[in-house]
Design a protein around this ligand. Structure first.
Ligand SMILES: Cc1ncc(COP(=O)(O)O)c(C=O)c1O
Length: 401
């Protein structure tokens, strides 16, 4: 790839790339661990790697060499044949979760679509087709996924949406009970809402939802696109709750930056995806699966769930200290390394201050700063990032209490 200046890169985007993203005025060219470098050679601390995809840091050498090896062996083979990496990855996911069977695709939205289609196939004979999802949820950008997403701003301009989807308030069992009816086939929810502002489902609520779905004989689907593969310092977010879903949806961290999506479904439910019902040309492609296997191996061999718990504790302690110090912090919340800092003010200025001072974070729902650091971010790098964040909060109007 040629070395280009930011202006040269931007010029290509301005002329040839559709402008559907509000891009910051930086181009990144290199990443290593919890650091990324821009086109001018400046180094940034990355506490929001790839919108939560690189939970083991950028360009982990084990993942890089697994991709290189597989690329030289067999990059792609279609799903009318078997291949080794897809089988091995499915075994890893099944064994680490609830013994389900896997379908592979390329993104979170596509995996959500699969889970919606699977629930409809499962419910068809009983005449059940309705899917209940949560307000403030985020499930992706395809038509089924935006229909499932409980935020009106993502629906604008796209009406009519997919019929048969109802939304209820999150963490509200009574509302769910009132909405589920004889036509309902599934409840879809994130254990921790990410884009919706880091809203954590309560333990009792989750257990009651599971019990209620069992009583009603409907499927419980967990969208673990953001919470899955170590993000909450368990393999999957639901493992913090002592219950299991019938269907789990994965993407983001699964490929460590390589595009991979997956649906894991309880074996009896999975049988409804019979030949001819659903497919993805690239799904379960050997290269993508080799990357995902390498990610899981790194998390296991380097004991990263344990390391993540330690990083999480250090991060929460530091942020809670800040919350005691600065009056614009309303609440610090989250689970594992999925962390939100809710502000009294819009977070845009703090976000921009951080970026100018070489720290990558995110701001969602206007006033929630979101951190999704790598499980293995070194503590000194973490503190360097949090030092920038703290001065951003101070400058953003956070008067000392
Ligand atoms: C919980 C959740 N579900 C689904 C998606 C959609 O994933 P993708 O952007 O890979 O389609 C996202 C993306 O942010 C997500 O956070």
């Amino acid at each position: 790839m040629p070395n280009l200046s930011f202006e040269q890169i931007k010029d290509k985007f301005d002329r040839c790339v559709i402008g559907n993203y509000a891009r910051n005025q930086v181009a990144f060219v290199h990443g290593e661990g919890s650091h990324v470098w821009d086109s001018a050679g400046d180094r940034y601390v990355d506490l929001m790697p790839g919108w939560g995809t690189t939970t083991i840091g950028h360009c982990h050498p084990h993942v890089v060499s697994a991709i290189q090896r597989q690329a030289g062996r067999l990059m792609h083979i279609d799903n009318s044949f078997y291949n080794i990496p897809q089988g091995v990855l499915a075994e890893h996911l099944s064994g680490r979760s609830f013994g389900g069977k896997c379908f592979f695709c390329n993104s979170g939205s596509e995996a959500i679509e699969t889970s919606l289609k699977l629930s409809r196939l499962w419910g068809e004979k009983k005449g059940r087709f309705e899917i209940v999802t949560m307000n403030e949820s985020f499930h992706g950008r395809t038509f089924g996924a935006i229909s499932a997403t409980g935020q009106e701003k993502y629906h604008r301009g796209y009406l009519p949406l997919l019929p048969g989807i109802k939304h209820v308030p999150f963490n509200d069992l009574d509302a769910l009970k009132k909405t589920v009816g004889p036509n309902t086939c599934a409840v879809l929810m994130e254990p921790v809402q990410g884009e919706g502002g880091i809203n954590v489902a309560g333990v009792e609520y989750m257990k009651a939802v599971r019990k209620f779905c069992d009583e009603q004989e409907i499927l419980l689907i967990f969208d673990e696109v953001q919470t899955g593969v170590g993000r909450t310092c368990e393999w999957f977010g639901y493992q913090n709750y002592g219950i299991e879903p019938d269907i789990m949806v994965l993407a983001k961290a699964l490929g460590g930056g390589f595009p991979v999506g997956a649906v894991v479904a309880e074996p009896e439910v999975s049988s409804f995806l019979a030949p001819g019902t659903h497919a993805a040309t690239f799904g379960g492609n050997p290269l993508a699966c080799a990357a995902a296997i390498a990610v899981l191996e790194v998390i296991e061999k380097e004991n990263l769930l344990e390391e993540g718990r330690m990083v999480s504790q250090v991060t929460f302690e530091r942020l809670e200290q800040m919350a005691r110090k600065y009056n614009i912090i309303r609440q610090v919340r989250g689970m594992g390394l999925m962390i939100g800092i809710e502000l009294e003010v819009n977070g845009k200025d703090i976000f921009e201050y951080c970026l100018q001072n070489k720290l990558r974070i995110n701001c969602t729902q206007n006033n929630v700063l979101r951190l999704l650091p790598a499980l293995n971010v070194p503590i000194d790098v973490l503190h360097a990032g949090l030092d920038v964040l703290e001065s951003g909060i101070q400058k953003g109007g956070g008067a000392q209490i």
